[in-house]
Design a protein around this ligand. Structure first.
Ligand code: WTA
Length: 701
């Protein structure tokens, strides 16, 4: 049964130290009470979703949806590895998330919006009201000439207008591409260009950490950036945070910018029939960072994606229509698309949307919201857990909410942080699912089925039903469970939630995710196409997986993927910078943060001004999340004789580790100079092993 560590230990050890001290952990069991009410209690479920029953097992998820026309083929592999699911079926995601809930749940809340200012009242949106709004917005979009297959980019904050606009697009088959609201205007612009959107939908302002942010300013930058890259935006549609009032300083551009609330006046009460779309039509794009500087647009399907997120929301998150479910992620990321909007609504859930920062105005805020709204399912990321633990370790005790289940997602969670989540937030009552997955995978890969499997802190568990992971070494040999060795985790089989392709780049899709372990590029047999996730992992003897982090040059900052190449290119926009190298450093709260090394051009004196402008460049090109922890101006980069920057050496220095043997470098002396600059003359480096993702960092090139 549940065993907890002593209090004193908990406060003495920093998260970063814990991360390298992981050992085999004990199990925690779900309570009888939880099991009795769970949606999925069949202890044979993983066998039923075994490879012997693949792909037909996934009919169970497709059958949770309402189809306008039934599908004929479960999985079509003829264009491997571009899989098609539930082929022949006609479906509409907006219908499944809204219309079909009206008869039974029309007057129940679909969303409860909680504004950041605590004095501002919640806004409850029933399924009936959601239906009305989605139809009106769909009528507006159709009136602008938008139709199935067109792309529309959103740059929206966490407000109900975001899911409303997503569902309006889905009703017509318009492919939405939401860019995280915290990304800069430039980052939004390059995604507009890649997707070929001619319409940008945004909001004038939103609350963040106590201030009303002028968000419309980003739209102007985004449109300019897209234009410079060759993509014209004809229309910018602006929602108003306070309808009827413009809360931004940036002027509207006549003929290009329109207020949604003005345009909607012409569409009051209009109904738009949900279009019967092919199952394998695209639903949305979600951009994510990879090894190169160019973000990739993961393209998700309508039928397969919706089936997968609906099924996993029901069985893993254990959402029932009576539950009040709160996922504190941002809809701008995949977690929000799958597990705030599509999955929960297809299950007729009541989903809480919170506009702001979890710790605003204090670390008791989430628990006050949970108490007031009767939230009983809670979902968040390790970064938020670490932050709330640090700022208010005993805050949850002050509030009378009760969670039956909780989820963590986005980064590895240290067992100590996990235990705080379990003991304090979950009050030793709630089960925890640690869900490991990626933007590209649409939904959960590694997780427990909460009523069936014991929890083990720090391990995501076995895999979701129908997901069959395998860990390969560099040569493609399988690493067996219990061997204590780590390798590249792949999924042996396709599943309905997997993206269909990268938008406009079929080659990159094949190369990035399949090429390494595929032996026959002409094969039409799915067994020849294991999907490479890009994470290092190991499997314990009990079959549970522990995810060690990215094996490519992607830094997971507070659960958000940032490409090192994107950060380095941002640094190079400062004219004085000759070379830039970025490395991940361990951080107590955010898991990893980027640290930047730059070399300036000859004749340029190192200065604070250059450092400040490098920081600013990252905020402008990518967004505030890319702000480096430190920027160091170095006399030269450590390089191999062939001139390659040794990021691995810099990562060791930044993480206070021994740099190892550097005598083969072209300029070994510079390493000591940089070390002294960063660590000081006498700093003793720690002997502890680096976490796998940092140890591997800089090897993919
Ligand atoms: C990491 C987020 C450990 C992982 C849904 C993956 C995790 C990347 C977990 C994808 C977890 C996600 N435990 N690591 N439970 N969940 N990751 O695309 O490195 O934003 O490759 O998708 O986050 O991040 P993305």
């Amino acid at each position: 049964m549940a065993k907890t560590a002593k209090k004193e230990e908990r406060t003495e050890v920093t998260e970063a130290q814990i991360a390298v001290h992981w050992k085999e952990e004990g199990y925690y069991q779900p309570s009888e009470k939880f099991i009795a009410q769970a949606n999925m209690r069949d202890t044979h479920i993983l066998e039923k979703f075994g490879l012997a029953n693949f792909p037909d097992c996934f009919r169970a998820y497709a059958d949770m949806l309402t189809w306008f026309e039934p599908y004929r083929t479960v999985l079509d592999t003829s264009d491997a590895p571009f899989w098609k699911w539930f082929v022949g079926g006609k479906i509409n995601a907006s219908y499944n998330c809204v219309d079909r809930n009206l008869a039974k749940y029309g007057s129940k809340a679909a969303f409860i919006f909680v504004p950041e200012p605590e004095a501002e009242p919640d806004a409850t949106i029933t399924y009936q009201q959601l239906h009305t709004s989605v139809n009106e917005v769909a009528a507006l979009l159709r009136g602008l000439g938008l139709k199935a297959g067109d792309r529309v980019t959103f740059h929206m904050p966490m407000v109900p207008e975001l899911p409303i606009t997503m569902l309006a697009c889905a009703r017509l088959g318009i492919i939405h591409s939401q860019v995280f609201g915290g990304f800069s205007g430039q980052a939004c612009g390059s995604r507009i260009q890649d997707s070929g959107s001619r319409v940008l939908i945004t909001m004038d302002s939103y609350w963040r950490n106590g201030s009303l942010v002028d968000h419309k300013a980003n739209a102007d930058i985004a449109v300019r950036t897209a234009k410079d890259l060759g993509q014209d935006v004809d229309k910018v549609l602006v929602w108003q945070r306070y309808p009827g009032k413009y809360s931004a300083k940036t002027p509207m551009v006549p003929g290009r910018d329109f207020f949604m609330n003005d345009l909607l006046k012409d569409h009051k009460g209009k109904n738009v029939e949900p279009v019967a779309l092919p199952s394998e039509g695209p639903l949305f794009l979600m951009y994510s960072s990879g090894t190169t500087g160019k973000p990739k647009g993961a393209q998700h399907s309508i039928g397969g994606y919706l089936a997968y997120v609906t099924g996993t929301s029901r069985w893993i998150l254990d959402i029932h229509p009576e539950d009040v479910y709160w996922c504190m992620a941002d809809i701008g990321w995949i977690t929000g698309h799958s597990y705030i909007v599509y999955g929960p609504l297809a299950n007729a859930a009541t989903s809480v949307l919170y506009e702001g920062v979890p710790t605003f105005p204090d670390a008791g805020r989430p628990w006050r919201i949970a108490e007031r709204l009767g939230v009983n399912i809670f979902h968040t990321a390790p970064t938020a857990i670490r932050m709330l633990r640090k700022l208010g370790p005993q805050e949850p005790r002050k509030y009378k909410y009760r969670f039956k289940s909780m989820t963590t997602v986005g980064e590895p969670i240290e067992p100590e942080a996990w235990r705080w989540y379990y003991d304090e937030v979950g009050k030793r009552e709630a089960v925890i699912t640690d869900t490991w997955w990626l933007t590209e995978t649409g939904g959960f890969l590694g997780t427990t089925v909460p009523a069936i499997h014991a929890m083990k802190p720090g391990s995501c568990g076995p895999a979701a039903p129908g997901i069959h992971p395998v860990i390969y070494d560099e040569t493609g040999a399988e690493i067996s469970k219990g061997s204590g060795k780590a390798g590249n985790i792949c999924i042996r089989n396709p599943w309905p939630g997997l993206m269909q392709t990268l938008w406009g780049d079929r080659d990159r899709y094949v190369k990035t995710y399949f090429a390494k372990y595929n032996k026959d590029p002409r094969s039409k047999d799915w067994r020849d196409w294991p999907f490479m996730c890009g994470d290092g992992a190991m499997q314990a003897a009990d079959g549970y997986y522990r995810i060690l982090g990215r094996i490519d040059d992607v830094i997971n900052v507070a659960g958000h993927r940032l490409g090192t190449k994107e950060i380095e290119s941002a640094c190079l926009t400062v004219p004085e910078v000759a070379e830039a190298a970025v490395v991940p450093v361990q951080d107590e709260v955010k898991g990893r943060v980027p640290e930047v090394y730059i070399a300036v051009k000859p004749g340029v004196p190192p200065s604070q001004d250059v450092i400040d402008r490098v920081i600013k460049a990252n905020e402008e090109v990518i967004g505030k999340i890319a702000r480096p922890k430190h920027v160091y101006i170095v006399p030269d980069m450590p390089k191999t004789r062939s001139g390659k920057i040794m990021r691995r050496v810099l990562a060791a220095i930044s993480n206070r580790r021994d740099v190892g043997d550097v005598t083969t470098l072209a300029n070994p002396d510079v390493v000591e100079q940089i070390r002294t600059m960063v660590q000081g003359k006498d700093t003793v480096t720690t002997r502890e092993e680096l976490p796998e993702d940092i140890a591997k960092f800089g090897q993919v090139e």
